[in-house]
Write a protein that binds this ligand. Structure first.
Ligand SMILES: C[S@@+](CC[C@H](N)C(=O)[O-])C[C@H]1O[C@@H](n2cnc3c(N)ncnc32)[C@H](O)[C@@H]1O
Length: 238
């Protein structure tokens, strides 16, 4: 699947300030409402408990819609996305003095030219795990351990749930459409994930994994979930 091309096409279809459509935050072809977006954002802030001492890493940050707002609450932030076009938009429209953007593959996060003393305390990868395979996640988590502080929290958000895919592909027409789009390389979703897979990958690098629901009021609430990864409590006291 050429995801870069898909996001390039989205920008061409939704140029200007239709930031939500550019990164696929849509329902039935329309951008989600401001209220729905605010609900998503408040939940992110609450889960990550962002404060003025935090350094935030936003992996697969898209056009920086969330990143800029997270940076305002934190000490600093870094946004990374493999789409040069989306990073261009992020730099021009969602900049902040304490925020840097990089065009890079998240799987190569360890080769970014970050200051050697940069240590993130909060990591978010929102609405992007569908572009990764299990082995990618394993590598990514391993690299994140080296870039983050011991008590860091990682939110991997808005994950398509393998066990709930039938709620999305809920009619014969939608299933036929899925098969057609997978065949012609325009699959709109990508990889559907099992919770056990996430739990296993987290455990392998010594992280606990909990799950959260997507806020109600979005169609995606019925087939997506969040994973929140943290060091086990017992390590915290040490
Ligand atoms: C649905 S968008 C979500 C963007 C943003 N996180 C948000 O929620 O607004 C998914 C993003 O993942 C990015 N992406 C996919 N695979 C990537 C990879 N291997 N490394 C970096 N970015 C990637 C895409 O370019 C796209 O911007």
């Amino acid at each position: 699947m050429d995801w870069n091309k898909q996001y390039r096409d989205r920008i061409l279809k939704s140029p200007g300030e239709d930031y939500l459509s550019q990164v696929g935050h849509t329902e039935q072809g329309q951008p989600i409402t401001q209220e729905q977006f605010e609900n998503l954002f408040s939940q992110i802030v609450q889960i990550l408990d962002i404060g003025p001492d935090d350094w935030v890493l936003d992996l697969c940050c898209g056009n920086g819609l969330f990143t800029q707002r997270l940076a305002k609450l934190a000490k600093g932030a870094v946004g990374v996305d493999m789409s040069a076009e989306l990073i261009d938009i992020a730099r021009s429209d969602h900049a902040a003095p304490n925020l840097s953007y990089y065009t890079a593959d998240a799987r190569c996060i360890d080769s970014l030219p970050l200051a050697s003393d940069t240590r993130f305390s909060k990591v978010i990868m929102y609405a992007a795990l569908q572009h990764f395979q299990e082995d990618d996640l394993r590598v990514l988590l391993q690299k994140l351990i080296g870039l983050t502080k011991p008590k860091s929290v990682y939110l991997i958000g808005f994950i398509p749930d393998f066990d709930l895919a039938d709620r999305f592909y809920n009619t014969p027409e939608r299933r036929a459409e899925r098969d057609r789009r997978i065949a012609d390389g325009t699959d709109p979703i990508g990889e559907w994930w099992k919770r056990d897979t996430l739990r296993r990958c987290a455990r392998e690098v010594g992280l606990d994994c909990m799950f959260e629901d997507v806020p109600a009021g979005l169609h995606a609430s019925c087939y997506r979930f969040h994973a929140v990864l943290k060091r086990p409590e017992s390590e915290h006291s040490g």
